[in-house]
Design a protein around this ligand. Structure first.
Ligand SMILES: Cc1cc2nc3c(=O)[nH]c(=O)nc-3n(C[C@H](O)[C@H](O)[C@H](O)COP(=O)(O)OP(=O)(O)OC[C@H]3O[C@@H](n4cnc5c(N)ncnc54)[C@H](O)[C@@H]3O)c2cc1C
Length: 402
């Protein structure tokens, strides 16, 4: 059986290896000058390729499809076994899995050499421009050649990442075969906010609990290192809920985020803390009174927002103002206006509708057409889950009907 794989990324290479195991004659078409360019960027160049803290809940999709059925057939253990078989040592950092070399290039090289050894034909700088199905065969066309295949796997990725190495062509191919595509939006991405004060607090990195509100309704809570930029909010906790914010903004819904800079206090403990602090430190100026509670830039902003002057002495007379500072520390609210564009995003949320594919990721509309990777409407949390989806979906699409 002759199989064409469109896209030599993580999912495409895994699909190629899996298809070769079943003796398929496999050609991978890659538009870039080399395969797997995005892999090199992952995990800040270290490639967080999977995660032991795993469940189907780590993935999102607009379809109601049970994604667990895919991971039952190729899961984290299978991924580990695959890379270990190829000789890769693995580093486990609190369940986040990396190549022990600390280099994303190791993961890419492993895939490249495995493809070479398995006899996969890789054609780089060959962008597929047209795919049509006629008389049970797929006719695949690039600028250089026209070839006929029995099976095609679309593994073209998404628009997320630097423009030079991404493409939206997979969506167009899927649509040309009659598939529904949920409009992709940037995910695992920074959020831009309306407030002018961000310039004052840019550069702050601090532990924080953030809650996303969409149209006034609590949507998701995340905790981790918040990073403040001159335009808004970033960092892992922001990335984790950014896909919901991104989708809501696209639908012109109101998106707000509240931040709790002191998430370890219970309500009672916080009230007691405030009471004690006042008893001990009343009479000090605001700057001194609030010293040491959280990041200085944050504190300075909150003092200003409460209409206190840094040199103003804290007394009963200005109770309303200093109580507002304590309130802000646990209830700081910002208005989200935009998600950063695809170039800044790690993945996209949306893609080929999961209701129209089989458990092998074969099209339910066009037999012989398969999908793999981020092109499908599945996006994972930050933490190695998106690459795990690439390995799982690539493996299943490559394996095909069996
Ligand atoms: C900065 C960054 C960091 C990330 N870090 C992590 C991480 O640490 N862990 C994690 O799990 N995930 C991470 N991700 C996400 C992860 O990289 C992707 O989810 C994954 O690579 C998707 O694999 P894919 O095979 O679906 O797509 P891709 O890897 O994007 O591959 C698709 C390939 O298809 C090619 N192509 C497209 N159209 C055509 C065409 N018409 N003809 C020929 N070739 C074509 C493209 O050039 C591309 O090489 C990160 C992403 C980014 C951008």
């Amino acid at each position: 059986m002759e199989i064409a794989i469109i896209g030599g990324g993580a999912s495409g290479m895994m699909a190629a290896l899996s298809a070769r195991k079943d003796n398929g004659i496999v050609t991978v078409y890659e538009k870039n000058d080399r395969v797997g360019k995005k892999i090199l960027m992952t995990g800040n160049g270290k490639c967080n390729f999977s995660n032991l803290d795993f469940s189907a809940d780590c993935f999102r999709s607009d379809s109601k499809r049970d994604l667990g059925v895919f991971f039952e057939r190729f899961n984290v253990e299978d991924t580990i076994a695959f890379f270990e078989e190829q000789g890769m040592l693995i580093k486990n950092r609190d369940d986040y899995l990396y190549p022990a070399s600390g280099q994303a290039a190791t993961v890419l090289d492993i895939l490249r050499f495995a493809c070479e050894k398995a006899g996969v034909v890789i054609k780089t700088e060959e962008e597929v421009r047209k795919i049509v199905k006629k008389n049970e065969k797929f006719h695949v066309e690039t600028k250089k050649e026209k070839k006929t295949f029995d099976k095609v796997i679309l593994a073209c990725g998404s628009k997320a990442g630097p423009k030079a190495i991404t493409s939206g062509s997979g969506y167009l191919f899927a649509k040309s075969f009659g598939h529904r595509v949920t409009e992709p939006v940037p995910a695992l991405v920074q959020l831009r906010c309306a407030e002018a004060f961000f310039k004052q607090i840019a550069g702050v990195r601090t532990d924080c609990e953030l809650t996303l509100f969409i149209s006034g309704k609590k949507c998701q809570k995340e905790r981790g290192e918040l990073q403040l930029t001159d335009y808004g909010i970033s960092g892992i906790p922001v990335f984790q809920f950014s896909r919901f914010a991104s989708k809501a903004l696209k639908e012109r819904k109101n998106v707000k985020v509240t931040m709790n800079f002191l998430p370890d206090f219970t309500k009672e403990a916080y009230n007691e803390f405030i009471h004690k602090r006042y008893q001990v430190k009343k009479g000090e100026c605001a700057e001194e009174f609030f010293l040491g509670i959280t990041n200085k830039k944050i504190m300075q902003l909150f003092i200003k927002m409460a209409a206190l002057k840094p040199e103003e002495v804290i007394t009963d007379d200005n109770r309303e103002k200093w109580e507002k500072v304590f309130y802000l520390l646990q209830n700081f609210e910002v208005q989200v206006t935009e998600a950063n564009p695809f170039e800044n995003a790690q993945v996209s949320a949306g893609g080929v509708c999961m209701d129209e594919v089989s458990e092998n990721l074969e099209s339910l509309l066009v037999p012989g057409l398969f999908f793999a990777g981020e092109l499908l409407d599945v996006d994972g949390r930050c933490g190695g889950y998106n690459l795990q989806w690439a390995w799982t979906s690539g493996y299943l699409a490559g394996k095909g009907k069996k």
